[in-house]
Design a binder for this molecule. Structure first.
Ligand code: GLN
Ligand code: ZN
Length: 764
């Protein structure tokens, strides 16, 4: 008989119960026991959900009070010295939280994105010669906790090789050199789980869907040659992409089973069937763990039937593609969602039922009603007029290469822009948002509740804008912004005004720790019923003679931070977004806005996991940006903004976006990223951030000047803009005013130092 499995369940709870408990604990409002009680309730509830759905392999130890990679680090005793753990007993909760969030004495560990998801993990800190020891008993406790509830579980661990590969060697050495020291702890954990009665364990080795060299594969072999001797039956789980060149290495391990992701990489089925040889169990990820769409059960059943025909049903397990961590918990709570839209969706709880339905069907007990409902949803989704907007589809099919090109190359445009804008050398600007004060948030909430009407809300926003303009005048900035007070979120704000978008009430997914995001959902062809930002920008411009920057979120970022359609390529959805934004850009230009910024902070995080796929992604991502920005006159200046520091490997694509000005984050890395510009001569203008907006620290003028001096070492003075790292919405006005005054001061110093003698200016 084919079995069903789940790889992990969202921890936060359908109503973000965990978030509330975590934050209450951090605020000293509840005790550790109360926090643990909430955790136990959530675990019990989620195990029961799996059981009720008919899942055979139910995960335990997927729950964490912060992050599963941090769990692994504390379980094996990888606690950096500065957290002053005595090393004797189990790592306690407060040490665990100090590593995650810092405390009064020390900062947090570094955090980074989990593969290509929007989940962030804490990066294990490693160094040569470090010792590991078992110092966390959660895997055992949770296994036994479930058992006491009458539920047999399959404990989940992050595998030793992926753990090391995801970590960072502080001394620059090779993380895999620590494998010998680490394996005894894994042997101890696995031996203990076996003695407690676990029949299976799930060990995640997702790093093997990435490009890996021979040393990683050798480490994998070494690890599982040893671990398989003491462990329960091992299911190696891989997800987010295909195994490809690592396929034989993974299937060649002496383990009982391998899980492969057939949603992201359906093409690997045949190779996996072959690699499964005579005895491996194959776990097939056929239900999408990364999105909110209801599965087409008939289609998802096909590869499972094929596997059963090839291997026999006893060697097949049906599963979601990856842990359900990346989906919201329960669609049933979306009582306000339109019934038809809802009929196309599935959250974690509904996905469990889909997994079970496929397993039953392949075992000859097909739930006809479930399949019929799924077929019907798939059919209406294909033809629904709410999804299909012929005009948009046609417009997209008619996009021509000249629509991706500005009228003239940058060298020509820059002269027209200098003339139109009359800016000084080292022009100053900000990235868009100004402090989102409690007052702004209060007014927004009141407006949403209906406590104030639209006219009153708009009046309030106008006042805010006027104040912002006044402050910028006083400080002496050169290119102004309106401050974005009207925006709750840089993607949601646009999603709410575009057709083809919908929103949920409880569609939360964990981003990191207690932080959750509620991505809007793109369900259909995207169109723009009317201008979205023009009125605000025009009003702001009416208050000043300085150029007012129009402010938009770019197509790739909107795409990246939404749940997207799975019925057309991402490139097509990005293209539709780009067309809607192109109209907005042109409307802004028509309304007299001379500078338009299109933020694309998410371009880098959209990079595919495999290098070989980068080129095609960067092609359509760059084209989407060009499509939305290229329809303007030479003298209209297009800006873009990206807030990260790793540029070296995508710098050419960034240059190809052909924005007239790009602002980037550089201050935290002390302009290190400008290294990228040493080898590659960035052709257009660039604003390397001169102060970090993530902290309330008042940054002295001299510090900003020092950074600008570093910038002139690799860039031409006339290329350089002066701006902060990112938007200022999380800051307070107090420090913001002083920082910006210092920024203007720094720009003035630079101007004096680099002034072109009269009569020698290149651009008159
Ligand atoms: N314009 C946005 C702001 O200033 C940019 C935010 C971002 O880059 N994440 O808030
Ligand atoms: Zn930013």
């Amino acid at each position: 008989m084919a079995l069903s499995a789940n790889l992990g369940f969202p921890r936060v709870g359908a109503k973000r119960e965990l978030k509330k408990a975590q934050e209450a604990y951090w605020a000293g409002k509840i005790s550790q026991e109360e926090l643990f009680k909430v955790g136990a309730e959530l675990r019990a509830r989620h195990w029961e959900l799996c059981k009720a759905a008919g899942i055979d392999h139910i995960p335990s130890n997927d729950f964490t009070y912060y992050d599963h990679v941090l769990d692994t680090a504390t379980t094996v005793g990888a606690v950096p010295e500065r957290y002053e753990w005595d090393g004797k007993k189990e790592v306690d909760l407060d040490t665990f939280f100090a590593m995650a969030r810092g405390n009064k004495k020390v900062g947090a560990m570094e955090m980074t994105k989990w593969f290509d998801t929007n989940y962030h993990y804490l990066v294990p800190e490693l160094h040569a010669g470090m010792k590991f020891r078992l110092s966390g008993h959660k895997p055992f406790r949770h296994y036994e906790e479930a058992k006491a509830l009458g539920i047999e579980t399959r404990p989940v661990l992050l595998g030793p090789v992926s753990f090391l590969l995801l970590g960072k060697m502080k001394d620059g050495g090779d993380a895999l050199s620590l494998l010998d020291a680490l394996l005894p702890v894994y042997e101890e954990i696995l031996g203990k789980l076996k003695s407690l009665g676990a029949e299976w364990v799930q060990i995640d080795e997702p790093c093997f869907v990435l490009d890996q060299g021979e040393p990683a594969r050798a480490a994998l072999k070494k690890a599982y040659d040893r671990l398989s001797k003491v462990a329960p039956k091992i299911m190696i789980a891989t997800y987010f992409d295909a195994l490809e060149e690592n396929m034989d290495a993974v299937f060649g391990l002496p383990v009982a089973g391998v899980h492969v992701d057939l949603v992201r990489a359906p093409q690997q089925l045949d190779a996996a069937l072959k690699a499964a040889g005579k005895d491996k169990v194959l776990s097939l990820g056929v239900i999408d763990g990364r999105n909110i769409w209801r599965a087409n059960l008939s289609a998802a059943l096909k590869p499972v039937e094929k596997a059963v025909a090839a291997l026999g049903s006893d060697r097949v397990i049906v599963a979601p593609s990856c842990s359900l961590l990346h989906t919201p918990v329960d669609l049933d709570n979306e009582t306000a969602l339109d019934a038809e839209l809802k009929s196309w969706m599935a959250f974690a709880k509904q996905k469990l039922a889909e997994v079970a339905a496929i397993a039953s069907a392949v075992n000859g007990k097909k739930d006809a009603a479930a399949f019929e409902a799924s077929d019907k949803a798939a059919a209406t989704r294909k033809t629904s007029p709410r999804i299909n907007n012929k005009a948009v589809q046609e417009r997209w099919s008619k996009v021509t290469p000249d629509m991706l090109k500005r009228q003239h190359p940058f060298a020509t445009r820059v002269a027209a822009q200098r003339k139109a804008l009359g800016l000084p050398l080292f022009p100053t600007t900000t990235i868009g948002s100004f402090p989102q004060t409690p007052e702004i948030r209060q007014h927004r909430a009141d407006f949403k509740k209906g406590a104030i009407d639209e006219a009153a809300y708009n009046d309030f926003l106008k006042q805010e804008i006027a104040e912002c303009v006044k402050i910028q005048e006083d400080i002496g900035l050169d290119v102004f912004v309106h401050g974005e007070a009207e925006r709750n979120d840089m993607v949601e704000y646009f999603g709410e005004q575009l057709d083809g978008y919908t929103f949920t009430k409880f569609g939360w997914v964990q981003s990191y720790g207690s932080r959750c995001v509620k991505p809007p959902i793109i369900f259909g062809d995207i169109s723009r019923p009317k201008a979205m930002t023009v009125d605000w920008s025009v009003y702001a411009q009416s208050l000043t003679d300085k150029p007012m920057k129009g402010m938009l979120t770019g197509p790739v970022t909107i795409l990246q931070w939404s749940f997207v359609r799975d019925d057309q390529p991402r490139a097509t959805t990005a293209g539709q977004l780009a067309l809607a934004l192109r109209d907005e850009v042109q409307d802004l230009e028509k309304a007299g806005i001379k500078v338009i910024q299109i933020d694309e902070p998410a371009v880098r995080e959209g990079l595919p996991l495999r290098r070989k796929d980068w080129k095609s992604y960067l092609r359509w991502a760059v084209d989407a940006f060009r499509l939305c920005s290229a329809g303007v006159k030479d003298e209209t200046q297009i800006h873009t903004h990206m807030c990260y520091a790793e540029f070296n490997d995508i710098i050419e694509a960034v240059a190809e976006m052909d924005a007239d000005v790009i602002s980037i984050e550089t201050s935290r890395s002390q302009m290190e990223l400008l290294g990228a510009f040493e080898d590659f001569k960035y052709p257009n203008e660039i604003g390397p951030g001169v102060y970090d907006i993530h902290s309330p620290r008042v940054v002295p003028q001299a510090e900003m000047e020092a950074l600008l001096k570093k910038a002139v070492a690799v860039l031409k003075p006339e290329q350089i803009w002066v701006n902060p790292d990112c938007g200022l919405k999380t800051r307070k006005w107090e420090e913001t005013r002083i920082c910006l005054a210092n920024l203007v001061g720094a720009a003035r110093t630079m101007r004096a130092a680099y002034a072109v003698p009269a009569g020698k200016q290149a651009n008159g």
